[in-house]
Design a protein around this ligand. Structure first.
Ligand SMILES: Nc1ncnc2c1ncn2[C@@H]1O[C@H](COP(=O)(O)OP(=O)(O)OP(=O)(O)O)[C@@H](O)[C@H]1O
Length: 293
């Protein structure tokens, strides 16, 4: 089956600075990819390449088997930018009308039903809505266009916990119903954990690790041992990150390249947050996890 996203050596430079370098990524249909990284890591740059708002300087990018930027992709790809751009002076009804005119696959019934569910009065001006409500309207417009690939740039960053839960709930329902493929960026892993089945960690423009979440988790171990044993762990495994607290060391290691841990060492499979934090902290510049993609 053709992958929805296929990126190879994908690179983007702004003047002399590489914002993204040699990204390798494959995403199958119906997957939900969480893209995590600190400020300036290159997340928005990667998302903008996906939706053809930027062009790569090097590398290949295909979506649904077509080169990025192909006119047939316009109706297939939906994008919700970080600041949910909407016309502040439009009413909700006018905003929806604009969506209907601009999108060939527009689903008016779905949009109306969802607005009713949100209990937002259609005659209200966008500028009078709260940040979270604006995000909900923006999501409604993006989803009513029925994209096959949905690209979301930190969509819940400005929302309160309740609005976040509502937003993620709607998203998960739609994704499950329509088999939409999703790429969603965030600083916060806990936001993504429930809905993502794929994960990519980006730092300094490079993908440190990417793949299916289950495979990534089971491909790593979190070993806790006395500080004096840490060197032995480092000799036996590829270590992603090491933290020492008092007399104990905790090491995130790759599971596939070492012996069984010694009986005196505690070891667990990391959860997604431990895995991401390990990669964000560790300076091991691993490229894409071949085994997990
Ligand atoms: N239009 C631009 N011109 C010049 N440099 C840019 C431009 N857009 C992004 N950059 C640079 O590219 C790098 C990656 O930026 P990007 O916005 O992709 O990061 P990000 O991971 O989305 O960050 P954040 O979490 O803060 O939104 C940064 O160093 C940024 O300054």
């Amino acid at each position: 089956m053709t992958a929805v996203i296929q990126a190879s050596a994908l690179s983007k430079r702004f003047r002399n600075t590489w914002a993204l370098r040699d990204v390798e990524l494959t995403l199958p249909k119906g997957s939900v990819l969480g893209l995590v990284g600190p400020n300036g890591a290159g997340k928005t740059t990667l998302l903008k390449l996906l939706v053809d708002l930027l062009e790569p300087n090097e590398g290949e990018l295909t979506l649904f088997g077509l080169p990025a930027g192909h006119p047939d992709l316009r109706a297939k790809v939906g994008y919700l930018a970080q600041d949910h751009p909407l016309y502040r002076d439009f009413t909700i009804t006018e905003m929806l009308r604009a969506g209907r005119v601009l999108n060939s696959r527009w689903d008016e019934d779905w949009a109306q039903a969802r607005l009713a569910g949100l209990r937002l009065r259609p005659s209200k001006k966008i500028g009078t809505l709260s940040g979270g409500q604006q995000a909900q309207v923006a999501l409604t417009i993006t989803l009513a266009a029925r994209p096959d690939l949905l690209v979301l740039d930190e969509p819940v960053a400005s929302m309160d916990p309740l609005a976040r839960r509502d937003f993620m709930g709607t998203l998960m329902e739609v994704v499950a119903e329509r088999e939409t493929t999703v790429v969603i960026s965030s600083h916060v892993v806990s936001e993504l954990e429930r809905m993502c089945d794929h994960l990519a960690v980006l730092t300094n423009g490079r993908l440190r690790v990417a793949g299916e979440t289950d495979a990534l988790r089971s491909g790593h171990r979190l070993i806790t041992c006395p500080v004096e044993d840490a060197e032995r762990v480092q000799d036996a495994y590829t270590v992603i990150d090491r933290t020492d607290t008092g007399r104990q060391s905790t090491l995130l290691v790759r599971r596939d390249d070492g012996p069984a841990p010694q009986a005196s060492w505690a070891h667990t499979t990391p959860d997604l947050e431990e895995l991401v934090l390990g990669y964000l902290r560790g300076d091991t510049a691993l490229t894409i996890d071949e085994a997990a993609t």
